[in-house]
Design a protein around this ligand. Structure first.
Ligand SMILES: [Zn+2]
Length: 681
C-alpha cells in the first residue's frame, strides 16, 4: 500500500510503530470553554500568545508515561478509544454475530488481540513459515516471489507499488511506484552524523540484532545480518528523494510505460514482478522517484542473495513484532516507542489492539462508532460552518491586492467546485471476502493486509471512485485531497474542543472553523495551487501571479526557518511551508466568517473576553499540546506540521485582527515587522 503523497492532513498521525493513544485528566469546567485556569496571565498576549493562553497548563501538565505527547488531540483520541471500548464491551463475548457483519469482524479481531496467553504461547510461530520461505530462497527468482508476498501482507521492502489517481487525469487510477524500504523514519537517519542521529542509528542496529537472536540466530550471525541490513538500507537512503523535494508535485510525476521502466531500471525483472503481483499488464505507471528506482536495479544486481534474504526477514520481523509475544513487542517498543518518541511505557493491550483494528478494518469500527456517537444534527451544523467559510474565502479572493482578475476567476472556480465530506462515508467500504476469525491475532492482521493490498492493486486502470474516504470516521484529524478537490472532516474531530454545538460562535469559529479554513487553504497552498478545480495538475495561474505567490510563500518559509523546535534544531521552513500557509489562511478565513455572526457584531464580552479575544483563545486551545523532546526531534525531520507553539504564534503574529483584539503594538514580539510580514490568502 502506498502512503498518499497528496493528502494534506491537519496533523500527523502515528508514525513508526505503535499507534499513539491517550488517557485524560483535564481542567475544564462546565461553561468554561476557554479554560481560564490553563492560561498564564503573567505573560503578555503581545509577547507570547501560546504561553499566555496555555502557559499554566504547559507548566503543570506532565505527559503521561505511555504517551509521547499530550493535549487536545491526544485527549480526544483517547476519549474516542474509550467510547469504542464501550461499544466492544456491549458486543461482549457473543460469538453468534453473522459472519462478515461489522460486529463479527470487530468482535473476533478484538478477541484474538486480547488473548494474551495464546499470543505469548505462540512466540514467533505466526511468522515462522514465512521466515522459512525466505530462508529457502536460492536465487533472484525466489527473491522476487517473496518480495511480492511481503509487499502484499507485511511492509514495502525496496519500494512500494499500488494504485493512485493520475496527477494529470484525476478520474483515472494508474499504477504508482514509490521509494520505500527503510526501517528508520527518514533517510537523514542513515546519512547524518550528529550525536542524536548516531545514537538512534546505533539503537536501530541493536534492535535488528536482538530481533534476529529472538528468532534463533547466534550473536555473531545476528550482528552480521544487522550490519548488512544497515548497509543495504543506507544505499537506499542515499538514492531516496528528500521530503522537501517530494512536496513538489512536478518532481514526483514521471509517467512511463513498462518498457520505459525496464530501460530505467534494467536489472530488476519488472515483467516477472508485475506478473507475480497479479497485475501482469499495469499500463502506464507513475514512477515518483526515478533516481531511486534506477538504484533498485543496482541493488538486485550487486547485493548478495544472502543479504537480500536477511533484509526480507527483517521486513517480516519488524512489521510483525508489535503483534507477537512480549519479547518482540518489548524490543520493538524500546526502539520505536522509547528511543524515537521518548514514550516511557507501553499502552495497555486493549488500546494497542483497538489501534490495530482501527488501522486494518477501521471502517467497520467506524460504522459502529457513528451509529452511537455522531448525532445527525452535527453534520448539518458543520456543513453550515463550511458554507460560511467558503463565502468568506470567496470575498477574500476577490479582495486580494496582489492577484490579477484572471487568476482570481480561476481560484473562485476551484473554490466553488470543492467537494465537502463530513462525518462518515455515504457508501461504506466493502470487506466482502475478508476472513476474520477467532483463531489467530496475527493471522487476522495478515489477512486484512493482504485483502487491502489486493483491493488497492485491483484499482489500477480503473476509474477513480471519488466517494471513497481516506480516513476512518473515528479519526481525530481532517484532510484536503487535491486530486478530488475535496475537504474531509471525520466525525472524530467534530467534538469539543474543536466543535461544540452548545458553545458560542467564537469557540466554534476559533476551533473547527480554523480547521475548516486550514483544509480549504490547502487547495491554494504551494502544492494545492498546482491542481485545478477538477483535481488535475495544471498551471492555472498567470506567470506574474505565480511569481507573486512564490515571493509571499518564501517569506513564510523564512519566518519558520528561524523558529527553534528543540535544543539546537530549528523548524524546517520548506518542509512545513504548505501547513504554515494553511494555518495562516485558515485563521483569516474563519475570522472573516465569524465577523458575520451576531456574537461578533454585539461585541459583548463572555467570561471577561470580547468575541474576538474568545476566538483567538479558542484557537490556542485546540493547539494546547506538549511533546517530549525525542518526539520533537523526530517531528522536525519527518512532520510537515510545525510544533504547536509555532502553529499558534506563527500565524497569529501575521494576523492584524489578532493584534487589534489584544492591543498588540508595532515592535511587540507577536507582531511581525512590516519587512517580514506575510499575507497570502
Ligand atoms: Zn494541513
Amino acid at each position: 500500500m502506498l502512503i498518499s503523497k497528496f493528502k494534506f492532513f491537519l496533523l500527523i498521525t502515528a508514525f513508526a510503530a505503535g499507534v499513539s493513544t491517550y488517557s485524560f485528566s483535564g481542567t475544564k469546567e462546565s461553561g468554561d470553554e476557554i479554560n481560564k485556569k490553563d492560561m498564564d496571565t503573567t505573560v503578555s498576549p503581545a509577547v507570547d500568545f501560546f504561553e499566555y493562553a496555555d502557559g499554566t497548563w504547559l507548566k503543570n501538565t506532565e505527559i503521561p508515561a505511555a504517551f509521547s505527547g499530550w493535549g487536545s488531540f491526544y485527549v480526544l483520541r483517547d476519549n474516542n478509544l474509550n467510547k469504542i471500548k464501550g461499544i466492544l464491551a456491549e458486543l461482549g463475548t457473543k460469538t453468534d454475530y453473522p459472519k462478515g457483519s461489522s460486529e463479527q469482524f470487530v468482535g473476533d479481531f478484538y478477541y484474538t488481540g486480547m488473548d494474551s496467553a495464546n499470543i505469548e504461547k505462540q512466540g514467533f510461530k505466526p511468522i515462522e513459515k514465512d521466515l522459512a520461505e525466505v530462508n529457502s530462497i536460492v536465487d533472484l527468482k525466489g527473491f522476487y516471489k517473496e518480495l511480492v508476498y511481503i509487499q502484499l501482507g507485511y511492509s514495502n521492502p525496496l519500494f512500494a507499488f499500488g494504485s493512485g489517481a493520475d496527477a494529470k487525469n484525476s478520474k483515472q487510477n494508474i499504477g504508482q511506484i514509490e521509494q520505500s524500504g527503510l526501517g528508520l523514519p527518514d533517510r537523514d537517519y542513515y546519512l547524518k552524523n550528529d550525536d542524536n542521529t548516531k545514537t538512534i542509528r546505533d539503537k536501530y542496529v541493536s534492535l535488528i540484532k536482538e530481533s534476529f537472536v529472538l528468532i534463533g540466530y547466534d550473536a555473531d550471525k545476528a550482528a552480521n545480518a544487522a550490519n548488512s541490513i544497515l548497509a543495504l538500507e543506507t544505499q537506499l537512503a542515499k538514492a531516496s528523494m528528500s521530503r522537501v523535494d517530494q512536496r513538489d508535485p512536478q518532481k514526483i510525476y514521471h509517467k512511463m510505460t513498462v518498457k520505459e521502466l525496464v530501460s530505467l531500471s534494467p536489472d530488476f525483472e519488472w515483467n516477472d514482478y508485475f506478473t507475480l503481483t497479479g497485475v501482469p499488464e499495469p499500463g502506464d505507471i507513475n514512477v515518483a522517484e526515478p533516481d531511486f528506482i534506477k538504484e533498485i536495479s543496482n541493488v538486485v544486481k550487486t547485493t548478495p542473495v544472502e543479504t537480500l534474504k536477511e533484509y526480507l526477514k527483517w521486513n517480516i520481523i519488524r512489521s510483525a513484532a508489535p503483534y507477537l509475544s512480549d519479547a518482540f513487542v518489548q524490543a520493538n517498543f524500546e526502539f520505536y516507542g522509547k528511543a524515537l518518541n521518548g514514550t516511557k511505557e507501553m499502552q495497555p493491550r486493549w488500546k494497542r489492539v483497538l489501534g490495530t483494528i482501527d488501522g486494518r478494518i477501521g471502517m467497520e469500527l467506524g460504522k459502529l462508532f457513528v451509529k452511537q456517537y455522531f448525532p445527525p444534527n452535527a453534520k448539518q451544523r458543520a456543513m453550515e460552518l463550511v458554507h460560511n467559510l467558503m463565502a468568506s474565502l470567496k470575498v477574500r479572493i476577490e479582495n486580494l491586492q496582489w492577484m490579477s482578475p484572471a487568476t482570481k476567476e480561476m481560484a473562485k472556480e476551484k473554490l466553488a467546485a470543492f467537494t465537502v465530506k463530513i462525518g462518515y462515508p455515504d457508501k461504506w467500504k466493502d470487506y466482502t471476502g475478508l476472513d476474520i476469525n477467532r483463531e489467530s491475532y496475527f493471522g487476522n492482521i495478515l489477512s486484512a493486509s493482504i485483502f487491502e493490498t489486493k483491493k488497492d492493486l485491483a484499482k489500477i486502470g480503473k476509474p477513480v471512485d471519488k466517494t471513497e474516504w481516506g480516513m476512518t470516521p473515528q479519526t481525530v484529524n481532517a484532510y484536503y485531497n487535491p486530486q478530488n478537490n475535496e475537504i474531509v472532516f471525520p466525525a472524530g474531530i467534530l467534538q469539543p474542543p474543536f466543535f461544540d454545538k452548545d458553545a458560542d460562535d467564537a469557540i466554534n469559529y476559533g476551533g473547527i472553523g480554523a480547521v475548516i479554513g486550514h483544509e480549504m487553504t490547502h487547495g491554494f497552498d504551494d502544492e494545492g495551487r498546482q491542481f485545478d478545480a477538477d483535481g488535475n495538475m495544471k498551471d492555472w495561474w498567470t506567470a506574474q501571479d505565480g511569481e507573486k505567490f512564490d515571493q509571499r510563500a518564501e517569506r513564510i518559509v523564512n519566518q519558520f526557518d528561524n523558529f527553534k523546535a528543540v535544543d539546537t534544531l530549528n523548524v524546517n521552513g520548506h518542509l512545513t511551508e504548505g501547513e504554515n500557509i494553511a494555518d495562516l489562511g485558515g485563521i483569516n478565513v474563519s475570522f472573516d466568517a465569524f465577523k458575520n455572526t451576531e456574537e461578533f457584531k454585539s461585541g459583548n464580552p463572555i467570561e471577561g473576553f470580547t468575541p474576538a479575544q474568545r476566538f483567538f483563545l479558542s484557537y490556542a486551545n485546540i493547539w494546547k499540546i506538549k511533546d517530549r523532546p525525542e518526539r520533537l526531534k523526530l517531528r522536525v525531520k519527518v512532520d510537515p506540521h510545525s510544533p504547536e507553539h509555532y502553529r499558534v504564534i506563527g500565524p497569529l503574529s501575521n494576523t492584524p485582527a489578532f493584534w487589534d483584539a489584544f492591543n498588540v503594538k508595532p515592535g511587540d514580539p507577536m507582531r511581525m515587522p512590516d519587512d517580514k510580514l506575510v499575507n497570502i490568502w
